[in-house]
Design a binder for this molecule. Structure first.
Ligand code: AMP
Length: 561
């Protein structure tokens, strides 16, 4: 295999709540994780603002004990949050920039390891992320200096990695993904030539960290009982950090052993507590039950789409190592779930997807040159063959050419033509008035609809010569068409700047396009002379404008440690 002829690498990044990792596809077509400078395959998503440096990973995690105020953990939970600001030495940092430092650490270490610059990336996010969180994830990548090719869902990435192991049989798979901070449950139809998400559900605020928090609360209670105080020892940031770290360690030990001793030190007193697995399971039972309820709800939704059964149940995400998760699933669904590469599947799947994008670009270019037929997407190929615009031989020839050019095998280039279909995890609508003149959210795109999707909606001018229309774009988690305003979140506002001299009551046609990444584009046309209407979209939840440029410049000037 000719190494010098190999395609430029694209990297897959799992930007996790507690741990992150980076992977690429090697010259044999295999996804591999790139170890960090500490020779670990996952890097704690922890950022320490030292006096002069920014430190990410294990050292930052250790520093959290000594300098709790200078350390940021679980930043993923703040993505897309308009009110989150971290202040250090009078400088302000938004979640996107702090996440960018984690990405920089992964990229820097990968560059050292491979001797190659990390530029093109695919980054994953929970299926449950809405528009703003996804956009924030993309912005984090841009601040880190990457060309973000796509943001894809974590369970889809895991399914791609899983499907890549054996594509001989079609099967419907449930992906139960319990990470550090999020829970996703997704049904995926894996076939030889496609990976299609059928339905997705989950909770943005439920993950391994909640299991840690329960241990912390239990330790506090026991400490208070043993020392006969009612002091809230978590008010002391050092104790808080210490307990967080001890709780996570204990949780991991309990995945292997029936009990573990934990020592709690505060205010000069030290208490030794023995935590048994049974007790741990008891104090976290409701958390596990919530994941089962989300799974049941998702299965109900899948039924509406004609999927009444599934063939396999796979577990990804570090927290699925807790043995009671497997036991509970066996009891509920009478199937033995398989733990699949819990820490690495997502980054590897993202790398495979990125690799597919690169090969697809080459195939598209080649088929276009060969046949003089412009192709925009690899998905169009089968339609073009059916429509006799191109032939199967044209595609075979192009596949052979790309295999020769890149050094990859024919079957691996063929497999890159895999179709990936996703659904939106949220419903999107606008605020309108119902017949009783009450404000309600009228959903235009319902959740679990396959993306990309374009939907049109008419708005009407209220008065003659109206200058503009304000549209409030709302995101919600129900599948109903009409939703009370308080059950939805305003994610953007769009101002339509109207051309002059339009009469009252004139329809303005608005098109919402939700692309395959879950990004929303809005276009508008006035129906009198079919002129395009300027749409100015605003969102305060994602870094932009000057703030974005400043963060980018600051990140470029900086090496993380
Ligand atoms: P992820 O976001 O997929 O990396 O998952 C990280 C979560 O998995 C964190 O909450 C970890 O504490 C948790 N985790 C990792 N290993 C284990 C284990 N052996 N037992 C229980 N939880 C674990």
């Amino acid at each position: 295999m000719a190494k010098q002829a190999q395609a430029k690498h694209i990297f897959g990044i799992d930007l996790g709540t507690t741990y992150s990792s980076i992977a690429y596809v090697d010259e044999f077509g295999k996804a591999v994780i790139i170890p960090n400078a500490e020779n670990e395959r996952v890097t704690p998503s922890v950022v320490f603002f030292d006096e002069e440096n920014i430190v990410v990973g294990d050292v930052a995690k250790e520093s959290s004990k000594l300098y709790p105020d200078d350390v940021v953990c679980f930043i993923k939970r703040a993505m897309g949050e308009p009110n989150f600001i971290f202040i250090h030495h009078s400088e302000q940092y938004r979640a996107e920039e702090i996440s960018a430092y984690i990405l920089k650490k992964l990229a820097q270490d990968a560059e050292k390891y491979l001797g190659e610059k990390v530029m093109d990336v695919v980054i994953t996010c929970p299926a449950y992320f809405g528009i703003n969180e996804r956009e924030a994830t993309r912005k984090a990548g841009e601040i880190a200096g990457f060309n973000v090719r796509q943001i894809i869902n974590e369970p889809t990435a895991a399914a791609i990695a899983y499907g890549s192991l054996d594509s001989s049989e079609d099967r419907v798979v449930l992906v139960y993904d319990l990470g550090g901070g999020t829970f996703d449950i997704t049904m995926i139809d894996i076939r030889k030539d496609s990976v299609e998400v059928i339905c997705t559900g989950g909770d943005h605020h439920l993950g391994g960290k909640d299991w840690d928090d329960r241990i912390v609360a239990y330790l506090v209670e026991r400490f208070q009982a043993e020392t006969k105080t009612d002091e809230d020892i978590l008010d002391d940031p050092d104790t808080w950090q210490d307990l967080q770290l001890s709780a996570e360690k204990a949780k991991k030990i309990l995945s292997q052993r029936p009990k573990t001793p934990i020592s709690v030190t505060h205010g000069g007193e030290r208490v030794k507590i023995l935590l048994e697995r049974e007790k741990f399971e008891e104090i976290t039972e409701d958390l596990l039950e919530r994941t089962i309820e989300f799974t049941r709800d998702m299965l109900q939704e899948a039924k509406k789409k004609g999927y009444n059964r599934f063939d396999e149940f796979i577990l990804v995400g570090g927290a699925t190592r807790m043995p009671h998760i497997t036991q509970r699933i066996e009891k509920e669904f009478s199937i033995t779930p398989k733990i699949f590469d819990p820490d690495e599947a997502v980054a590897k799947g993202a790398a495979i997807y990125g690799w597919k994008l690169t090969l697809n670009d080459k195939l598209i270019q080649r088929i276009t040159t060969q046949t003089k037929q412009p192709i925009r997407q690899i998905e169009e190929i089968s339609e073009m063959i059916e429509g006799e615009v191109i032939t199967v031989e044209d595609v075979k020839e192009a596949v052979q050419h790309v295999a020769d050019e890149t050094g990859y095998t024919l079957p691996s280039v063929e497999s890159s033509m895999l179709r990936v279909k996703n659904v939106t995890s949220k419903s999107f609508g606008i605020v309108a008035h119902n017949p009783s003149n009450m404000e309600i959210v009228f959903n235009i795109v319902l959740r679990n609809t396959t993306v990309p999707i374009a939907r049109k909606q008419n708005f009407y001018t209220a008065v003659d010569n109206q200058k503009s229309v304000l549209i409030r774009i709302m995101e919600s988690e129900t599948s109903r068409v009409e939703v009370p305003v308080h059950n939805a979140v305003e994610i953007k506002t769009a101002v339509l700047n109207l051309p002059p001299n339009l009469p009252a009551d004139l329809p303005i046609e608005i098109t919402f396009v939700l692309n395959e990444e879950g990004r929303l584009h809005i276009t508008a046309t006035e129906t009198k002379e079919s002129r395009q209407v300027e749409v100015v979209v605003d969102t305060a939840s994602v870094i932009q404008g000057e703030e974005f440029e400043k963060a980018k410049a600051r990140s470029q000037a900086l090496t993380v440690h």
